[in-house]
Design a protein around this ligand. Structure first.
Ligand code: FES
Ligand code: FES
Length: 389
């Protein structure tokens, strides 16, 4: 058991929890705050969304033990809050709920939208709501209710604010600790120098192998692969912060992926080495996302070979990765494999365009909820096809 303290709806609680206990279970079963609903328990439906340190989180993916010192607000904790009162009234006016199962999570997300995005139009509201599923209403009433509140926010509405920075392990010991100041933009500042250790090898990792066919000669592709900034530019969501000429020095960078309202940016370091004799290379790296408190480490080995027809090339990629923390819940090998396939397809498009003198076609971070959904649909299709067969 792990001893923790945390603030829930302005009251301080002390408890002993098992390391595996989710925040949602802790709230429902230990504190009897059953307004937090559990649907999928896989981070997909959004029913369990609530606020931790002013940010919406999936409480089914958040371990209670990681909330030590956190400020948690559940749907029961908004008495006297004018913005939540307006949202509740607007939900009633627009028939934005039927069975009500999704409603606590919807209201938490709606609250975040109104505070953070005062200019949001219908398309943006729908995008921000994409991580909350409702099986009853068809969403029209929910979107209309949020638009109503955005059009006429309550007089005492909380002004749009930058979301608070996440609590760091170092400032969790004292109930009177000072909060890390919020950064000017919505995303909390990451540590300037991530100090995640680069593992020598990945124990217990998942390995995937892929072959990319490119309509560009192998020599050209090999030359491109040695130009790290160009490779990174071709990888949607990737950014290079610092690279040294010395191959023994790690490069610093980040990789962003968004899953509905959850956006993870893994900041970290990687060692890159090349084997010119075999037109091969190896990248070993590790990074962490301070917001979701998730960590990733991985190794990627690649080889540039002749393609299946003259003048073409094939890049054979083998990657081993391991995810830790709440986002590991999304790390099921089948889903990750589908997501990687889509990422690789974009990477191949970009690489081909770049090698032919053009610009990267896809530069935006991978929009993970679309990908996740696409991946789930693809898997459903496979299963369906198998059953039909
Ligand atoms: S219960 Fe579905 S996202 Fe948490
Ligand atoms: S109101 Fe029933 S799931 Fe949304």
């Amino acid at each position: 058991m792990t001893a923790i303290w945390l603030i829930v709806n302005d009251r301080r609680h002390q408890a002993e929890v098992e390391p595996r206990t989710h925040l949602a279970d802790f709230l429902r079963e230990d504190l009897l705050l059953t307004g937090t609903h559990l649907g999928c328990e896989h981070g997909v439906c959004g029913a369990c969304t609530l606020m931790v340190d002013g940010r919406p989180v999936r409480s089914c993916l958040t371990f209670a033990a990681t909330c030590e010192g956190a400020d948690v607000r559940t749907i029961e904790g908004y008495d006297g809050d004018p913005l939540m009162a307006s949202l509740r009234a607007a939900f009633s006016r627009h028939h934005a709920l039927q069975c009500g199962y999704c409603t606590p999570g919807m209201l938490a997300t709606a609250y975040d939208i109104v505070r953070r995005l005062p200019e949001a139009d219908e398309a943006r509201i729908r995008e921000e709501l994409s991580g909350n599923l409702c099986r009853c209403t068809g969403y029209a009433g929910i979107v209309a209710a949020i638009a109503d509140v955005l059009a006429a926010p309550p007089a005492a509405a909380v002004q749009p604010i930058a979301r608070p920075a996440p609590q760091r392990d170092t400032d969790r010991d004292s109930p009177t600790r000072e909060r890390t100041p919020a950064p000017p933009e919505g995303r909390p500042a990451a540590p300037a120098s991530p100090s995640v250790a680069i593992p020598e090898r990945i124990e217990d990792g998942v390995t995937l192998e892929r072959r990319l066919e490119l309509s560009v000669a192998p020599d050209r592709v090999w030359t491109l692969f040695q130009d790290l900034p160009s490779v990174v530019r071709c990888l949607p969501g990737a950014a290079l912060d610092a690279a040294s000429e010395d191959p023994a020095e790690p490069v610093r960078g980040s990789f962003t992926v968004a899953i509905g309202p959850m956006r993870a940016t893994f900041e970290g370091r990687a060692l890159v080495s090349y084997d010119a004799d075999h037109r091969a290379g190896r990248v070993r790296g590790a990074g962490s996302d301070p917001v979701s408190r998730s960590r990733a480490e991985g190794e990627l080995r690649f080889r540039v070979a002749d393609g299946s027809h003259s003048g073409a090339s094939a890049v054979v990629v083998e990657m081993t990765y391991r995810l830790k923390g709440p986002l590991a819940q999304f790390g099921r090998p089948a889903i990750v494999a589908d997501v990687v396939d889509r990422l690789m397809a974009r990477f191949a498009d970009n690489l081909s365009a770049f090698a032919e003198g053009g610009e990267a076609v896809h530069s935006e971070p991978v929009s993970g909820f679309g990908l996740l959904f696409g991946a789930l649909v693809d898997r459903a299709k496979h299963l369906f096809a198998r059953r039909q067969g």
